[in-house]
Design a protein around this ligand. Structure first.
Ligand code: MTE
Length: 322
């Protein structure tokens, strides 16, 4: 992802600032790590309990969502990530995500619903049968992966809370906690002008679509922290940034949610952000993508190949509603 600071200031790409960001990043984390390791008395504190990431998570494979393409290597899925709460570089999340504590955890589901409820994470996992579904993840940056996710359709959760007739959109909010997400500390990455917490959104019918997955694991395991533990959403026909990680709030609302990347650069990251090879990003083509682990670029497919969602956009100009 890359953004510009404000309409007035000159445009820049993350690649332009990476060296500085990396410098700030490493220096700040070394300082933070040193500070965290010491009590005021100077003694090392006991290590926090190991998160359950990586432990097995059982799920029945759903053959309706299999792919002929082989899954991307687990090593790549868990080491090449976008999770700006940990930093702007692809390897930051894997290096730094140990600070995230995915237990105890709860997710508040509310807004325009008849039955708002704060779900403990284990209650949430148990709400519907877990399925394994193999989806392609296409990032707006032009790379993709094939990932065997574990979860259940978000619609199962939405049904439980009973959206009212005023509910038209669903807003997803990531945890805000600079102690667990060092990238949220003021002054660290704030030159990026990303507003925290990370917010994403879908239209209600998109959220209710059977493809939209509330996700708790991948590759037979509990979600690794860097992939959005303990719970994220996965929306396979949209660019990856629509799939918000480490959720603490899901809210049914009447108006289109103000989403993080859209607020950062509305002309570059639209609310819909359906994968669309015919609508280029203002600064690069979306016609092709690099599958992680492959050498040649391949053609990007409309809706990332998930043609079954086309009817959601019947009559809409997808160049305007990008
Ligand atoms: N969610 C949060 N909270 N913060 C992020 O920075 N990055 C998004 C999305 N969800 C992001 C996020 C982007 S740009 C992508 S491509 C995917 O997560 C990457 O998911 P992965 O790292 O599990 O492959």
């Amino acid at each position: 992802m890359s953004i510009r600071r404000s309409p007035q200031s000159p445009r820049f790409r993350w690649s332009d600032v990476t060296d500085h960001a990396l410098y700030l990043d490493r220096r700040a984390f070394m300082l933070a790590a040193a500070a965290a390791a010491l009590t005021p008395g100077g003694r090392a504190e006991a290590a926090p309990p190991a998160p359950p990431a990586g432990s097995p998570l059982k799920a029945a494979r759903n053959p309706a969502y299999a792919l002929t393409d082989p899954p991307t290597k687990l090593q790549d899925i868990t080491s090449y990530n976008n999770f700006y709460e940990f930093g702007v570089n692809k390897d930051d999340p894997a290096r730094l995500a140990h600070t995230l504590r995915p237990r105890p955890w709860s997710v508040e589901v509310g807004g325009l619903v008849a039955r708002p409820h704060k779900f403990d994470i284990d209650e949430l996992i148990g709400l519907a049968p877990l399925e394994e579904r193999i989806y392609t993840l296409r990032c707006v940056e032009g790379w993709s992966m094939v990932i065997p996710w574990i979860g259940y359709p978000l619609s199962a959760l939405l049904k439980k809370v009973e959206p009212t007739s005023q509910a038209k959109y669903v807003e997803f909010v990531t945890l805000m906690d600079p102690e667990q997400f060092p990238g949220q500390k003021p002054g660290l990455f704030n030159f990026s002008s990303l507003d925290w917490p990370y917010v994403e959104g879908l239209r209600l019918d998109e959220a209710q679509h059977p493809l939209t997955l509330l996700t708790f694991g991948l590759y037979g395991q509990v979600l690794p922290n860097q992939n959005g533990a303990p719970v994220r959403v996965v929306v396979p026909w949209k660019y990856g940034f629509k799939s918000a990680k480490s959720l603490v709030r899901i809210r049914l609302v009447a108006d289109e949610p103000k989403t993080t990347w859209n607020r950062a650069a509305a002309n570059e990251y639209g609310f819909y952000s359906n994968v669309n090879p015919n609508k280029d990003h203002p600064r690069w083509s979306q016609a092709t993508e690099r599958r992680i682990g492959e050498f040649r670029r391949r053609k990007t497919l409309m809706f990332n190949g998930y043609d079954q969602v086309a009817s959601l956009y019947a009559g809409m100009d997808l160049n305007k509603y990008y």
